[in-house]
Design a protein around this ligand. Structure first.
Ligand SMILES: NC(=O)c1ccc[n+]([C@@H]2O[C@H](COP(=O)([O-])OP(=O)(O)OC[C@H]3O[C@@H](n4cnc5c(N)ncnc54)[C@H](OP(=O)(O)O)[C@@H]3O)[C@@H](O)[C@H]2O)c1
Length: 365
């Protein structure tokens, strides 16, 4: 529920519709590790005079860019922005300074920034400068627009998506280990969009050995960053000829280093049972990775689900039947029907001949 805007000169429904528009401005932006932010400058007659989003890290913040576009016309205006404006010096100067300098009369904010460097201090600075501040407009929609940022800044761990492609009868590969391609071009392109939104991709040794994947973003015209490949290694040697070796991979190991891989970053993260995935997520969160995509096979998937590190499940169902003894989606034990875990289906989207299911698993796996 959005907070009511008490000031009658700025009607609640108008504030909410501007906030939804500001959220819409962030579509297609890839600003991580920064948040997705949209900002609109509205004059006292209620007309939009400028609007911008924060596009990429290092590029101008949405509020500062929108104010720069508005120029001197920003004086006395209202700024509508999805997130509390920043008050600290990063790669760009604080947005609160730009707002105060522009003579803005009112700022309407979607939600507080959970980043401890900001969290409330941006709004305090605006209020101290005599600017009318309204917070909490379309807050749930703002948070839902950038779950990875809010999750990471609140928990210190990345938002984890487990993604897998399956035949209609739920198989992730054929008996000989081949899995290319279960789905058609539309679903695969959507998978590349998931990669583009991710800071890192986690893959198990089994998938590296069997598929030798590239795990980069292959979308027409894409010029954004590529997620860092992270290999969860076990007892088998990871081939030094693997394509990922040229993509600055991070190798997480149990108690056995991959001694043959020289010059490749390795971190021991667990013991004889393999990599401790919970500890791995803490570590990746500390490195600043806000969103991690798991693209491993059914062994890593099972470990991630039973380790409770998965926040979102994305299943791509290809319009094919495997029919037999291929690999399952999850290499777990499923002894009796009462062990089946309830899930919430959040969306089902047709993709060419295939379809995508977004879901969350209820309770412990
Ligand atoms: N349909 C799809 O979307 C899709 C996606 C990816 C892969 N695949 C298919 O999946 C197959 C490979 O499956 P997989 O299960 O062998 O690969 P995997 O899940 O990617 O890798 C599992 C391996 O990772 C290592 N490991 C270390 N710590 C671990 C931990 N805590 N939890 C789990 N694993 C850990 C182990 O290596 P050691 O055995 O060396 O100890 C383990 O066997 C291939 O046929 C591939 O084509 C399908």
């Amino acid at each position: 529920m959005s907070r009511r805007v008490e000031d009658n000169s700025f009607p609640t429904h108008r504030a909410e519709s501007l906030m939804r528009r500001a959220i819409g401005l962030t579509e297609g932006t890839l600003p991580h590790p920064n948040p997705r932010v949209g900002a609109i400058v509205v004059n006292p007659d209620g007309e939009i005079i400028s609007e911008r989003a924060h596009l990429r890290p290092g590029m101008p913040h949405a509020e500062a860019a929108a104010l720069a576009d508005a120029g001197s016309a920003a004086e006395g205006c209202t700024v509508v922005c999805t997130l509390e404006p920043c008050s600290h010096h990063g790669r760009t100067p604080p947005c609160v300074d730009a707002i105060i300098a522009a003579g803005v009369a009112r700022v309407i904010v979607g939600t507080l920034d959970p980043d401890p460097r900001v969290s409330g201090s941006g709004l305090e600075a605006l209020r101290a400068a005599g600017i009318d501040v309204i917070v909490g407009v379309e807050e749930a929609a703002v948070r839902a627009n950038d779950p990875a940022y809010f999750h990471h800044r609140t928990t210190g761990r990345p938002f984890v998506t487990w993604k897998i492609a399956l035949t209609l009868d739920g198989q992730s590969a054929a008996a000989d280990g081949t899995a290319r391609w279960i789905t058609g071009p539309e679903a695969r392109e959507d998978g590349h969009r998931l990669r583009a939104e991710s800071d890192a991709i986690l893959v198990g040794a089994g998938t590296v050995i069997s598929d030798d994947p590239r795990l980069d973003v292959r979308l027409d015209g894409y010029d954004g960053p590529h997620p860092r490949p992270i290999i969860v290694a076990g007892t088998r040697p990871i081939p030094e000829t693997a394509v990922l070796m040229s993509r600055d991979p991070l190798i997480l190991t149990g108690d056995q280093p991959q001694g043959h891989l020289t010059g490749i970053e390795q971190v021991s993260m667990g013991g004889a049972e393999g990599v401790d995935l919970e500890a791995a997520m803490e570590y990746l969160g500390d490195l600043g990775y806000a969103s991690v995509l798991i693209e491993g096979g059914p062994t890593l998937g099972a470990a991630a689900l039973s380790g409770g590190i998965v926040d979102r499940v994305v299943l791509y169902y290809g319009a094919k039947f495997g029919g037999g003894t291929g690999l399952p989606a999850i290499n777990g034990a499923f002894r009796t029907i009462s062990e089946a875990r309830p899930a919430s289906i959040e969306a089902i989207t047709p993709m060419g001949r295939d379809f995508k299911v977004e879901a969350s698993i209820e309770g412990a796996f």
